[in-house]
Design a protein. Structure first.
Length: 348
């Protein structure tokens, strides 16, 4: 077959033999370029890489790794893909894994542990090399399944409870406590908290605990926590509805701490429509430090969390475990920071 004919055959059916023939090397050399490129001289690597690109060759990582028991894939499950809340974490994971030649498969659980369990069972049938989860709350069956399966598991976004295997994140309790204390230092006294459901989400539970602890330590009465039940639908309209309800049912509230920047931005926009001055009449704070909070007016006070760093650390933990290393610590607390902006006033 001529080179033009091989090029015309580009696509899913292209084989390693065709790459080798086009590059003028053996199949073993092509395999070495894919597995250990540093052991092949630059001129040969370039010929093989050009041949693969010309005929559209896609390496079969599964077939090439059967003897090592590796599929070259890592799976990650996040609560939602609708917004950018978890995108930075996924990007951090992907950056690290892709440099090592591993692929990342992503799925969404819609904040439901039963959905997560079903997804994990399906994912494990495909024999991933490792699994990354969000949070530490899972069904009992999920925890037993993961502990018995024997692959590395990294839980992210929390460090407070006992992980299945490894964990990297920050303390949601301490973060919420610090933000509530910041609002109190800024002069607010009747501070409301709008949170997600805590039954299957330890992050929401710990944030509520941190908020309540800070209010109690300051000798302040905490209004009833307002719970957003459809947490997967993270929309500005949700924050707008919460503000309208609070203004109606608790008009003496002088600040609101939201569990999401998306909710908080919606609240700021609703306050503008209602004629409520932020931060003079009502302070507003969020959580996550998303881009939207930096451009809204007034800019949003929030909790900055190390989302990208969590992903990168999770990726490095997986690579270390796959390489046979078991670190001295399998739990990493990356901390958080309070970002004070225009939506909350300072104490004078």
């Amino acid at each position: 077959m001529t080179e033009s004919g091989k090029a015309a055959k580009a696509g899913f059916g292209a084989t390693m033999s065709e790459v080798a023939a086009l590059a003028g090397v053996t199949k073993m050399t092509v395999s070495r370029v894919l597995r250990h490129p540093e052991k092949v001289n630059a001129e040969t690597r370039e010929r093989v890489t050009a041949a693969m690109a010309r005929i559209g060759y896609v390496p079969n990582r599964l077939a090439g790794s059967l003897t090592a028991g590796s599929t070259g894939l890592v799976a990650a499950i996040v609560p939602t893909l609708r917004h950018s809340i978890f995108a930075d974490t996924l990007e951090g994971i992907s950056d690290v894994l892709s440099e090592a030649g591993l692929g990342l498969f992503v799925s969404s659980s819609a904040y439901r542990t039963d959905v997560e369990e079903s997804q994990i069972r399906s994912i494990l049938e495909r024999r991933p090399d490792a699994l990354v989860l969000t949070g530490l709350t899972h069904t009992g069956a999920t925890r037993e399944l993961l502990r018995g399966f024997g692959i590395p598991v990294v839980e992210t976004w929390e460090t407070g409870d006992e992980p299945v295997d490894m964990a990297v994140g920050f303390s949601n309790r301490e973060a919420a406590h610090a933000m509530t204390a910041e609002l109190i230092r800024s002069g607010y006294r009747r501070i409301a908290f709008v949170n997600g459901p805590s039954e299957s989400n330890e992050r929401a539970r710990h944030r509520a605990e941190g908020y309540l602890d800070a209010m109690r330590e300051a000798g302040l009465s905490a209004p009833p926590i307002q719970v957003v039940h459809d947490e997967a639908a993270i929309l500005p309209e949700t924050g707008a509805r919460a503000i309208r309800m609070l203004r109606k049912n608790a008009p003496d509230v002088d600040a609101v701490f939201f569990t999401s920047d998306v909710f908080a931005v919606g609240a700021i926009l609703a306050c503008r429509e209602l004629g409520v001055r932020v931060p003079e009449q009502l302070g507003i704070a969020g959580f996550h430090d998303l881009e939207i909070g930096r451009v809204v007016s007034p800019t949003l006070t929030t909790v900055h969390v190390p989302a990208m760093e969590m992903g990168r650390k999770a990726g490095h933990m997986i690579l270390a475990r796959l390489a046979g290393s078991k670190g001295a610590s399998e739990r990493y607390d990356l901390g958080f920071s309070i970002i004070s902006r225009e939506s909350s006033r300072r104490k004078h």
